[in-house]
Design a protein around this ligand. Structure first.
Ligand code: MTE
Length: 307
């Protein structure tokens, strides 16, 4: 997704070595106990998690990879920057405003938000537009629970999301080359789909800062950049809302951004992907393998036009 990649080198060719080297570093630091030092002090166990029928039985990506190979541009554009630069990110207290075309707008604190539905563990495939992927045991509940509690009106055709942004806590964001606050959006029926997860944790604990603490989206059938982190605003709107990567480069990133191996990124193929920790590439699946659940949302749409 980086605009800075040299045009003659495909990102899919660069990734393996970086992942390989990073992985060696993860293992070395884990062995040395350094990984523990990076875990935020306030990480809490999330117990009594219900199992989800949406979970995959595929091998889970090691926690070190999922928490130290990140995209969170507010904290820098390097894959290891978020883990390094977000350690002091203040996520308590936290408020999430639900507003716009609804009968019951409300500002939640984190505890109130988490009480809206029982939290469960969902093991999802996560496919980045950069052609790497992982399998993560996320924790949360369907976004629909919050949306329904707000009682949206007939004018609510889309849902817009906004991330927290504070340049004093996120000085690296100034050089990221994309506009902040990070914004994302979904059509109402996508947002209401049970697979759309409002996520509070991963690997049995609350979210690490670099993964979008304290609350983010996880949309497993879409490229990872739709899964907006550190959410502070959820707004019901009438028109398709602006989205950060589309604002940054409309030619390369569309509003829908469903995982689609048949529609290449202008600079690289989307036909295959590299699972973090694996050497050989694997084929990318339509809707990242969630077609049975979500394909009907896009019936009759030209997926080359609505990319
Ligand atoms: N949310 C915000 N606020 N800022 C970001 O830079 N990056 C996106 C998405 N959400 C991003 C974000 C991208 S490109 C991806 S692939 C995923 O977060 C990465 O999530 P992970 O680091 O937990 O794997």
């Amino acid at each position: 997704m980086l605009v800075r990649i040299a045009p003659h080198i495909r990102s899919s060719e660069i990734t393996p070595k970086r992942i390989y080297l990073n992985r060696r570093r993860f293992l070395a630091s884990a062995a040395a106990g350094l990984w523990l030092a990076r875990t935020p002090a306030h990480a809490e166990k999330l117990a009594n998690l219900a199992k989800s029928p949406f979970s995959t039985s595929e091998k889970i990506t090691p926690i070190e990879a999922a928490t130290q190979y990140n995209n969170f541009y507010e904290f820098g554009t390097g894959k290891e920057d978020p883990a390094r630069n977000a350690t002091k990110f203040r996520t308590h207290p936290w408020k999430v405003k639900v507003e716009g075309h609804c009968n019951n707008p409300k500002t939640y604190d984190l505890d109130g938000l988490m009480k809206l539905a029982p939290i469960e563990e969902r093991i999802y495939r996560h496919r980045c537009v950069e052609a790497w992927s992982m399998v993560v045991p996320w924790i949360g509940f369907s976004l629909a629970a919050v949306l329904k509690a707000a009682d949206p009106t007939a004018k609510a055709k889309y849902v817009a999301f906004e991330s927290f942004y504070d340049p004093s806590q996120m000085p690296q964001g100034r050089w990221a080359g994309i506009p902040f606050p990070y914004v994302e959006g979904l059509r109402m029926d996508e947002a209401m789909h049970p697979l759309a997860l409002l996520c509070f944790g991963m690997y049995g604990e609350t979210l690490p800062n670099q993964n979008g603490a304290p609350v983010r989206l996880v949309l497993p059938w879409k490229y990872g950049f739709k899964s907006i982190k550190s959410i502070v605003k959820i707004r019901f709107v009438e028109k398709e809302p602006p989205t950060t990567w589309n604002l940054a480069n409309a030619h390369e990133y569309g509003f829908y951004s469903n995982v689609n191996p048949q529609v290449d990124h202008p600079r690289w193929s989307q036909a295959s992907e590299r699972r973090l920790g694996e050497f050989f590439k694997r084929k990318t699946l339509m809707y990242n393998g969630y077609g049975e659940q979500v394909a009907s949302l896009y019936n009759g749409m030209d997926l080359r036009k609505y990319y």
